[in-house]
Design a binder for this molecule. Structure first.
Ligand code: AMP
Length: 399
């Protein structure tokens, strides 16, 4: 079996797959690691458990993960040896990793070198890898990088028009994120359409609490909305998305805000939450807009407008468009947002089948929601990053 690990600063999410990655055998999460009120939960073989526990660090969290998988009542396996390989979600691989890779000392050293680029995400990833290696030393461990898929972007897409030395000396460039999700849904979309991925010009809209849009030409990323940090592109739950960078100087000099305060504002107090003044959750915003709240309506209008503009920009960047894919929380569940984004895009061959669009909710099915005669196919494909990690791990571990 294959264990996938997604290790954040205070959470550890895991899934256990059969070796052929056809089935999820167990799914669990350890929350509030190192904080008050920590607990773990797991579902396996139709049985689930949720219990509070003292979990002061990631070492303890991994022990609980393995104990839960082995538990005689609610566990999924009888012996640790049933775990044949471990796949780790890794956030930032900079330009050092263009694909998933088997972890060895050299890989760990390179991941450490990437820490300054993702100071919040890479350290917990590395802790997760070390702890998992200590508990399961005899199986292959594989790192699957969120940034790897975007490494095919050409220099004209990833270079910022700053003095070139900032790229050469400080690795300042566009990296993009959510690559594992985009890779998974773009492959699935080609399979659903029964067309080779290499023949498709595609825009993938990963619209969740974080938002990434990516232009995928022939299966390769050619441009993406998130850049060096994680707040550019389309507005998100609490992140502003694109703003005039000059505003940051203005907020600092004229409004007297410190860099830390500005960072908090653009990451945590902006986006849907900032414009609506109510919530970062599109469900709440859509409900309130329906009830007549103008600020919620504006938040939806701005969100859809930003996404629509990138859709057009990416079609131009690729010189055509065959397929549009919606995924993640909003993309999989919000017919109204999909409709607002796709409205008036007949000139790009986009025309939605209203009934199919309305039915595509719940994040379960892969559905084509465009009209049969439309030149550009529009699909809703539920994302599954864990499955992508497990598939890469299976391949690299040679299972
Ligand atoms: P994710 O980051 O992919 O888990 O997406 C989470 C976001 O999806 C939430 O914050 C909501 O804004 C959005 N979402 C989830 N369900 C719905 C729904 N039924 N309608 C609209 N938005 C939804």
């Amino acid at each position: 079996m294959i264990l996938t690990i997604n290790c954040g600063s205070s959470t550890l999410k895991y899934q256990l797959f059969t070796s052929d990655v056809a089935q999820v055998v167990a799914k669990g999460m350890i929350s509030r690691i190192g904080e008050d009120g920590s607990y773990f939960e797991q579902a396996a073989h139709g049985r689930s458990v949720k219990e509070s526990a003292t979990i002061p660090n990631h070492h303890k969290a991994f022990e609980i993960c393995i104990q839960s998988l082995l538990h005689p009542d609610y566990g999924a396996i009888h012996d640790m040896n049933e775990i044949e390989a471990v796949g780790h979600r890794a956030v930032h691989g900079a330009d050092l990793f263009i694909a998933s890779t088997r972890i060895d000392d050299e890989v760990i050293a390179k991941m450490e070198a990437c820490v300054p680029l993702a100071p919040l995400h890479n350290p917990p990833n590395l802790i997760g890898i070390r702890e998992a290696q200590a508990l399961l030393p005899n199986v292959p461990h594989v790192a699957v990088f969120d940034t790897a898929f975007n490494q095919t972007m050409p220099p004209k897409a990833y270079i910022y028009a700053l003095p070139y030395s900032f790229y050469e000396e400080h690795k300042i460039r566009k990296y993009g994120f959510h690559g594992t999700s985009v890779r998974f849904v773009s492959q699935r979309a080609a399979e659903v359409l029964q067309r080779p991925l290499t023949s498709l010009k595609m825009v993938v809209l990963h619209l969740g609490n974080g938002v990434t849009m990516t232009a995928v030409d022939g299966g390769q990323a050619v441009d993406t909305t998130i850049g060096f940090a994680t707040f550019s592109g389309v507005m998100m739950g609490t992140r502003s998305g694109d703003i005039d960078p000059g505003l940051i100087f203005h907020m600092h000099r004229e409004l007297g805000l410190s860099p830390d305060e500005i960072e908090r504002i653009v990451y945590k107090e902006s986006g849907l939450l900032g414009v609506s003044g109510i919530s970062n959750d599109m469900r709440v915003i859509a409900e309130q807009a329906q009830a007549g709240n103008q600020r919620c309506q504006l938040a939806m209008d701005k969100f859809a407008f930003m996404a629509k503009k990138y859709l057009g920009a990416f079609a131009a960047a690729m010189g055509g468009l065959d397929c549009v894919v919606f995924t993640a929380g909003i993309g999989e569940n919000s017919p109204i947002i999909r409709q607002m984004i796709c409205q008036d895009l007949a000139f790009l061959g986009i025309s939605l089948d209203e009934a199919k669009n309305k039915q595509a909710v719940g994040g379960k099915a892969e559905v084509v929601i465009s009209e049969v005669a439309a030149g550009t196919a529009v699909l809703v494909i539920p994302t599954n990053e864990e499955k992508m990690i497990a598939l890469d791990t299976k391949e690299i571990a040679g299972l």
